[in-house]
Design a protein around this ligand. Structure first.
Ligand SMILES: C[S@@+](CC[C@H](N)C(=O)[O-])C[C@H]1O[C@@H](n2cnc3c(N)ncnc32)[C@H](O)[C@@H]1O
Length: 247
């Protein structure tokens, strides 16, 4: 895609500041551990699978990076299933989200919890600083191919050998008829959950804010930046959970 088309494709999407402002107002919706974020299909199952896969794939893990942590659900789940206290770095655009995540996590975790407020594209730390990276419902805010590539390269660099990344997200499909089918199924799911008005609201903010990529695209990218073992944990409709281990 050339520069003009990239601008045309992403120029109408929300800015980082607009995305932050929306999430600043939505902390409560992301602070329910039993249901997870309900507009995401199978959220509780995916939280459980990601935490278990992370802990079993990287069994010596104690340094965790949670990108786009929201109110901390995924880190909380991980800590509840781990036998030990963890050192956790929480990264999010939204300070109210970080404050809520810190409050909830510090009740059960006595390891170090550090907060970093900002766009994860600007986050930096020492190479190989982390054993597990979690990125739930956040990478769909990445835009062009360079954005995706540099983010995946950064995550690879931040992980220690044997460390792993676990991603859950909204995904697209490479085959357009399948994409249409999945989008219709997702609309039906949202209508059942909250009615037609809710479905329209969710589709409107997806259209405004999100630029998801397919599962195939992300798996290829994980491989291209150096990850060895790649696993798909779950896929239902336009939501997928998957991960990769650094050799
Ligand atoms: C849909 S929520 C998911 C929260 C949490 N991971 C969960 O699954 O419950 C996305 C979160 O990512 C954060 N976020 C979005 N874009 C971001 C960016 N560029 N850098 C850091 N955080 C970002 C938002 O502020 C929000 O808290």
């Amino acid at each position: 895609m050339d520069a003009k088309n990239i601008k045309d494709t992403y120029g109408n999407k929300s800015s980082v500041d607009q995305i932050r402002e929306r999430f600043d107002r939505e902390v409560g919706r992301f602070a329910e551990l039993n249901t997870g974020q309900q507009s995401t299909m199978d959220a509780p199952l995916v939280m459980d699978l990601m935490a278990r896969a992370a802990l079993s794939s990287s069994p010596k893990a104690h340094k965790i990076l949670d990108i786009g942590c929201g109110a901390g659900n995924h880190s909380l789940k991980l800590r509840m299933l781990s036998q030990i206290d963890l050192d956790i770095t929480l990264v999010d655009l939204s300070q109210p989200m970080l404050d809520m995540a810190f409050q909830r996590l510090s009740e059960i975790n006595h390891g170090n919890i550090s907060l970093w407020q900002g766009d994860f594209r600007h986050f930096s730390a020492e190479s190989e600083a982390y054993d597990i990276v979690l990125a739930a419902a956040v990478f769909h805010h990445l835009r062009d191919d360079n954005d995706w590539l540099s983010t995946f390269q950064k995550v690879f660099d931040l992980l220690a050998s044997g460390g792993s990344i676990w991603i859950s997200d909204l995904v697209t499909h490479d085959c357009q008829p399948v994409q249409n089918l999945m989008w219709e199924r997702y609309a039906e799911y949202l209508i059942q959950l909250g009615g037609i008005g809710y479905q329209k609201h969710v589709f409107e903010y997806i259209d405004l804010e999100d630029s998801p990529r397919s599962l195939n695209y992300q798996i290829d990218l994980l491989r291209s930046v150096g990850f060895g073992t790649i696993e798909v944990l779950h896929k239902n409709c336009c939501f997928a959970a998957f991960g990769a281990v650094k050799p």
